[in-house]
Design a protein around this ligand. Structure first.
Ligand code: ADP
Length: 574
């Protein structure tokens, strides 16, 4: 898939909204800032040291690395045909020197210990020098290749143990990994990729694409090693109007007792008269926001609280704007749970690795985002965005915004961690388990609402099972009765790190996800040759085992008639 090079280095000002090419919004509440320290090495990407796989197996592995290209496996030429000229080839073998030949009296265990000790020394050097080694997670399954190991600056350094394999830079310089972002680039994502040995690329030989939504046809061109951070069809929950249309459909199908978490929503301008009827009733009510049918107007494909306002009467709605562009009017949850008098909402993260079967991985950390004005009941206060909206990009403009400056003190300021909220709940005898169960329930039911459409699109456009994965950021509001309300789902959640707490949570999130999806190294030239061979064999009709790539979805093959059958089936000449 070609990614427009113009999109590759796009950056934004803090808090700017970023629109998808299709007109939808990307959650850029915390837009990218160039924070070199996040990289951990403070080096520039373009001069990055590549991660290479050894011709001769490089340094000894604590475990044998059966799939790593061995000398005889590699093409004879020094030119790998990929990423030429981006980095000089290095003829020195910088692998760990092999331990002296095994002495009769040394046990295997002693030898292993010796190798480990040497690796430890070498690894410390590697860390100092920069990135010359990549670490691999061996698979639990024998038939599966190991995958690249990612780690964040906030996780303890991995011990040298049997669970990690290494491949090192050697004379035959082979760049096996690269990543690309199409328009959305965050330092914690870029730093984690780089630490693991990936290099940013503009070519289409990438391993990971982390960016905005691709078109359906883009999926068709991907090879089995490429991973992309979207499933086709998930846009149906990524836009607010589509999300609520889907949830309303599920509510009709399964009943309000199952789909209880979606605030009542009107899709405008279509539902304008229905909204007017609803708002007219407010004229009979006293001017107290808790007793009124307040609605919150939102553009369907924007983020960062842009274009959001509360309405009490039909006259409060900006008619001109509403008729020009679609918007939604959503029932305002006017009894939010308050902490120290402030309204807050939760930003949760979940990664999906498969829709068939549905595999959801809910990240157990997240963010608690507070408003900066105490929540009061006066109906005349509905224009106060610092009281009613909890977006960081809105509240950071308030003089009362309190930025958290210490990642380890995660329960102060205008943004807490989810762990801090949990502690607060438990300390105050509040039902955390009920909230957590509700969150998982909401997540599963929301994803089920698009399961059918995603599965049919995957069957149509995606050739390999492990090509797609997706990270969702979903916003949930808790009311005073501990009821949960889903506000929106972001399919490109912001990974910007505006504070040390953000940095810690999002760095760990990114490395967790990348380890979860499993990025397999591969030799591009060899893969291209195999593909060529496979095509030829298919064309010539040989039954090739190469055609059955292990990652390829099983498709029933047409039995090829034998020559006897063929001649037998020919209509006999009259
Ligand atoms: P955006 O994508 O622009 O951030 P959201 O739907 O997340 O839009 O809404 C922004 C903020 O407005 C939320 O963080 C929340 O504080 C408030 N909000 C949104 N919808 C509701 C609602 N139905 N009831 C109460 N507050 C809401």
């Amino acid at each position: 898939m070609q990614v427009p090079s113009s999109a590759v280095h796009t950056t934004w000002e803090d808090g700017d909204e970023v629109s998808d090419t299709s007109g939808g919004a990307v959650d850029n509440e915390d837009a990218w800032s160039d924070d070199k320290s996040d990289d951990g090495y403070g080096t520039d990407f373009d001069e990055g040291i590549e991660a290479d796989c050894g011709e001769d197996g490089g340094r000894p592995h604590p475990r044998p690395c059966p799939w790593a290209p061995q000398g005889s496996d590699l093409p004879p030429s020094d030119d790998d045909g990929v990423n030429e000229g981006e980095d000089g080839e290095n003829d020195e073998d910088d692998g760990v020197p092999l331990p002296p030949p095994a002495q009769e009296h040394k046990s295997t265990a002693q030898l292993v210990e010796e190798i480990k000790a040497q690796l430890q020394v070498k690894y410390a050097e590697v860390e100092r020098e920069g990135q010359h080694t990549v670490r691999l997670n061996p698979s639990l399954f024998l038939s599966r290749k190991p995958t690249l190991r990612f780690w964040s600056l906030f996780e303890p350094a991995d011990d040298i143990n049997d669970d990690i394999m290494y491949i090192s830079k050697t004379s035959r310089s082979k760049r096996l990994y690269s990543y690309i972002h199409s328009g959305v680039r965050h330092t914690c994502m870029a730093g984690t990729m780089r630490r693991a040995g990936l290099k940013e690329t503009r070519k289409d030989n990438w391993n990971i694409l982390w960016g905005k939504r691709p078109t359906d046809d883009d999926y068709v061109t991907l090879n089995p090693y490429q991973k992309i951070n979207h499933f086709p069809g998930t846009w149906n929950i990524g836009r607010k109007d589509f999300l609520f249309r889907n949830l309303q459909r599920m509510r009709r199908l399964h009943g309000p007792q199952e789909y209880y978490f979606c605030p009542h929503t009107f899709l405008l301008p279509g539902d304008w008269s229905l909204l007017c009827n609803e708002l007219e009733q407010n004229k009979l009510q006293p001017a107290n926001i808790e007793q009124q049918n307040l609605y919150i107007m939102k553009p369907p494909a924007a983020s960062c609280g842009k274009g959001i306002y509360l309405v009490r009467h039909p006259e409060d709605v900006d008619r001109e704007d509403m008729e020009k562009e679609k918007s939604i009017a959503q029932r305002y949850v006017s009894n939010p749970l308050l902490i120290n008098g402030y309204k807050f909402d939760l930003r949760m993260y979940a990664a999906i690795t498969s829709f068939d079967p549905l595999r959801i991985h809910l990240f157990d950390e997240g963010l608690t985002r507070f408003a900066t004005e105490k929540y009061k009941k006066g109906a005349n206060l509905i224009t106060n965005v610092f009281m009613h909206l909890t977006n960081w990009s809105i509240n950071k403009k308030s003089s009362k915004f309190d930025k958290n400056m210490d990642a380890d003190v995660d329960d102060t300021g205008s943004k807490w961690s989810l762990g801090a909220l949990k502690r607060y709940f438990l300390a105050n005898n509040m039902p955390w388990d009920k909230v957590w169960d509700g969150i998982t329930d909401i997540l599963i039911k929301t994803l089920l609402s698009i399961e059918a459409i995603v599965c049919s699109k995957v069957a149509m456009f995606v050739k390999y099972r492990s090509t797609c994965w997706e990270l969702y950021g979903f916003d949930v509001l808790i009311d005073r009765n501990y009821g949960l309300h889903l506000l929106e789902i972001n399919i490109v959640p912001s990974l910007h790190t505006s504070s040390p707490l953000d940095k810690k949570i999002k760095n760990v999130l990114v490395s967790n996800i990348l380890n979860l999806i499993g990025v397999e190294p591969y030799d591009r030239k060899r893969y291209a040759e195999e593909e060529e061979l496979r095509k030829k064999k298919r064309l010539l009709g040989f039954n090739s085992s190469l055609a059955d790539h292990e990652g390829e979805k099983g498709r029933p093959r047409m039995a090829r008639p034998s020559s006897g059958e063929r001649s037998g089936s020919q209509p006999s000449n009259p």
